[in-house]
Design a protein around this ligand. Structure first.
Ligand SMILES: O=P(O)(O)O[C@H]1O[C@H](CO)[C@@H](O)[C@H]1O
Ligand SMILES: O=c1cc[nH]c(=O)[nH]1
Length: 235
């Protein structure tokens, strides 16, 4: 048991999918896992462990933003011996190459968060990066499932509502979209020498104003979840 996760030693698998939304954790457990057991309800940050194609996997809600995912990722790694963390989240499209319902694999995560400076001090602009083998497996899983994915740099922002950023410059430099957690997940994975990857679904587009319907979101979320669970099979 840790401060925010009310589980016993052994309750959590070595590979954990991390959606921001607790109800997405429930949805994944109920629709994709066999024999799923809920191990955490503290703060309604649901955590489940079950079987996917015979392999044990857990789903732990991370909450929104870098402070929240940092709590859950740190406790999963340091208290529950988790070795592989796969974020499954929504993302706002920024690049014109990106459209709603696309699945994006975050190869790297730029950030405006102070976590980099707070970790390394001023003058070092550390680049939070996905685990390459996990990224490769996710890419191959997507190909096998016939799901097109885009791979590249994303932005992990501190603020959801943020009109004070030069987004066009980031787009010009190849940033595909924005979310709020992956940079911290990659930083913590590097710190503790475990593997992490962010797989994201474009839910809206910040430049074009495109939105997804609830039905469309469900279908495209399922693509992202299948890729993540397939990746978990060999993680
Ligand atoms: O859909 P999730 O995983 O919560 O991710 C995105 O959605 C939330 C904002 O609405 C932030 O957490 C952002 O990163
Ligand atoms: O952080 C996020 C996530 C989804 N869509 C956005 O616009 N921002």
């Amino acid at each position: 048991m840790s401060t925010h996760i009310n589980a016993q030693d052994g309750d959590i698998a070595s590979t954990v999918l991390m959606p921001g939304d607790p109800l997405r954790a429930k949805y994944i457990a109920e629709n994709f896992l066999e024999n799923a057991v809920c191990y955490n309800t503290v703060r309604n940050a649901y955590g489940y462990t079950g079987l996917y194609q015979g392999k044990r996997v857990s789903i732990q809600a991370s909450g929104m933003g870098i402070p929240s995912i940092s709590i859950y990722a740190t406790e999963l790694i340091t208290e529950f011996h988790v070795k592989n963390l796969i974020r499954v989240g929504t993302c706002g499209g920024m690049s014109p190459q990106i459209h709603v319902r696309d699945v994006v694999i975050a190869q790297s995560a730029s950030t405006d968060s102070s976590i980099i400076n707070n970790t390394f001090g001023s003058g070092i602009y550390y680049a939070p990066t996905a685990d390459f083998t996990m990224l490769m497996k996710a890419y191959q899983a997507a190909q096998k499932l016939n799901i097109t994915v885009k791979v590249g740099n994303i932005l992990s922002e501190d603020r959801f509502y943020n009109d004070e950023m030069d987004r066009q410059k980031l787009i010009d430099y190849g940033v595909l979209g924005t979310e709020m957690e992956s940079a911290a997940l990659y930083l913590l994975a590097a710190k503790y020498q475990v593997k992490a990857l962010g797989i994201l679904t474009i839910s809206n587009h910040l430049v074009t104003g495109e939105e997804t319907t609830a039905k469309e979101r469900e279908r495209s979320f399922n693509d992202m979840i299948k890729i993540a669970l397939d990746t978990a099979q060999t993680a």
